[in-house]
Design a protein around this ligand. Sequence first.
Ligand SMILES: *[C@@H]1O[C@H](CO)[C@@H](O)[C@H](O)[C@H]1NC(C)=O
Ligand SMILES: *[C@@H]1O[C@H](CO)[C@@H](O)[C@H](O)[C@H]1NC(C)=O
Ligand SMILES: *[C@@H]1O[C@H](CO)[C@@H](O)[C@H](O)[C@H]1NC(C)=O
Ligand SMILES: *[C@@H]1O[C@H](CO)[C@@H](O)[C@H](O)[C@H]1NC(C)=O
Length: 471
Amino acid sequence: MIATLKFTTLLLAVVVCRATQDYGYKDVEEPTLGDSQYGSLWPLPQKVQMSTVAFKLSGVSFQIVDAKESSSGASCSLLQNSSFCCLSTDELSVDSPVAVLKAPKVWGALRGRGHGFYKSINRTEIQDFPRFTHRGLLLDSSRHFLPIKVILANLEAMAWNKFNVFHWHIVDDPSFPYMSRTFPQLSQQGAYHPYTHVYTPSDVKMIIEFARLRGIRVVSEFDTPGHTQSWGKGQKDLLTPCYSGASPSGSFGPVNPILNTTYDFMAMFFKEVSTVFPDAYIHLGGDEVDFSCWKSNPDIQKFMAQQGFGTDYSKLESFYIQRLLDIVTTTNKGYMIWQEVIDNGVKLKSNTVVHVWMGNKFEEELQKVTEAGFTTILSAPWYLDYISYGQDWQKYYKVEPLSFNGTDAQKKLVVGGEACLWGEYVDATNLTPRLWPRASAVGERLWSDKDVKDTNDAYSRLIQHRCRMVQ
Ligand SMILES: *[C@@H]1O[C@H](CO)[C@@H](O)[C@H](O)[C@H]1NC(C)=O
Ligand SMILES: *[C@@H]1O[C@H](CO)[C@@H](O)[C@H](O)[C@H]1NC(C)=O
Ligand SMILES: *[C@@H]1O[C@H](CO)[C@@H](O)[C@H](O)[C@H]1NC(C)=O
Ligand SMILES: *[C@@H]1O[C@H](CO)[C@@H](O)[C@H](O)[C@H]1NC(C)=O
C-alpha cells in the first residue's frame, strides 16, 4: 500500500503544551521534563529511525492508495475511512512525499494511526508490532450508567493508545442496563431506568461496530454467581433466598446453584449473548462469591450434604461454574474468568483465559496459573479506579508483566493485560479525565518493547500525547 502524504502522522508532532510542575509540595518523585528524541510518539514503536531530512506536508490532498501488490484491495473501506489522519504500523517509511506502509493484516495497517495535523515530517523508518496481543480496558456500566457517547469517546481514546480489547463489564449488583431480547424484564426491572439507562440491541450493535472499525474487540462480561443482585429483580427465583434462623430474611445472595431452572435460564441467556457479541470470548466473571447466604439456606445445606460437599462452599461454587462452563461451551465461545475460579479448583477447559486481578502477590498467581498451562491476562497492578495524588501513571508504567518466576513457555502464556476502571466513583462527568492519560501508561507497557522504561523520556512524550488527545 502506498500512501501519498500530505498531512499525517505520528512522527515529530510539534505540539507544545507544557505543564508547570509547581505543586507547592512534593511527595511523589517527578520525572524530568526534557525533549524526547522520539518527539511525541506514543506508544513507542519497536523500531524507529529518523533522519534530519524533513518534508513539508500540506493537508489538501492526503490520500491512501493501494499498491498493486496489496491484498487489501481498493475496496478496503476500513482503511479508507480511517485514512483521514491515519497511517501505521508494521512497516512504515516516509521517504519523499510518499510513505510506504506494509502490514500483513488490515488490523496492523489500521493500528498505528497518527492523530493530528502536522506540518512537517522527517524521513523516517518504523517497524512496529505489539509486544502483547491482548491490550484491554475494562469499563463498568453497572455501578453508574455510562452514556453511549462516553463509551464511544473512550473507544476512540483506546484506538489512539493502541488498545484492542474493550472489556465491557456491562451488568453487576447495582444495575442491569443490558436489554435482553429473551428476558426483557431483566433491564425493565434491573436498570436504573427502563428506557433511559439501558443499552438496546441497536446500541450494543453500534458500539461493537464503532469498536471494530478501530480494530477493537468487544468482550462482554456477565459476571455470576456473585455480583448479581440486579438480575434478581427481573428474574424470579434466580437468586438464593438468605435465611435468618429458620425463616427467609427477605434478602438474596448469589445465583441459586441448586435449581434446574437456574441452568435453563443461563442456557437461554448465554445463547442470546453469544449471538449479540460476535467476539470469540465471553467473560464469565466468577469473582468474590459471598458464601454466607448459601450457608444460611436450609435447602442449600441439604444439597451440600447430598452432594458430599461437606461444608466446603467453594465446592458448590465449582459445581455451579462447571455447569455454566458446559452451557457456554455449547455456544462455541471461549471464556475468560477471574482468578478465583481457578483458585477454587474448578476444572477448566484448557483454552480458558484466566484474568489475574488480586493485587496481593500477583507474581505468584501468574506463576501458578501459567504453570497449570492457562493463558493469562493481568490487571492486578492496573486498577485505575484507585486514585492518588500526583503522577501515578509512573506506577502503572513501571510494571513488568513478565517479572514472575517461570519458564519461557509460561511467560508466553501471558498474552497481555487490561487496565480497569471500576465504576463506584465514576460516571459520565469524570470518567474520561480520570482514565486518560493514566491508561496510556498501560497502553505503552503492553505495546512497546520491554526495554522501553525510561520514565523521563516517557513523560516528555506522554505530555504531548495528552495534548493530542485533548485536541
Ligand atoms: C528532523 O530534522 C531536523 C532538520 O531538518 C532536525 O533539526 C531534527 O533534529 C530532526 N528530528 C529528529 C527527531 O530527528
Ligand atoms: C466507509 O465510509 C462510507 C461513507 O461514509 C460508508 O458508506 C462505509 O460503510 C464505510 N465503511 C466502513 C467499513 O465503515
Ligand atoms: C434436575 O435435573 C436433574 C438432571 O436433569 C434431574 O435428575 C432432577 O430430577 C431435576 N430436579 C428437579 C427438582 O426437577
Ligand atoms: C522468584 O524466586 C526467587 C527464588 O526462589 C525468590 O527469592 C523470589 O522472591 C521470586 N520472585 C517472585 C517475583 O516471585
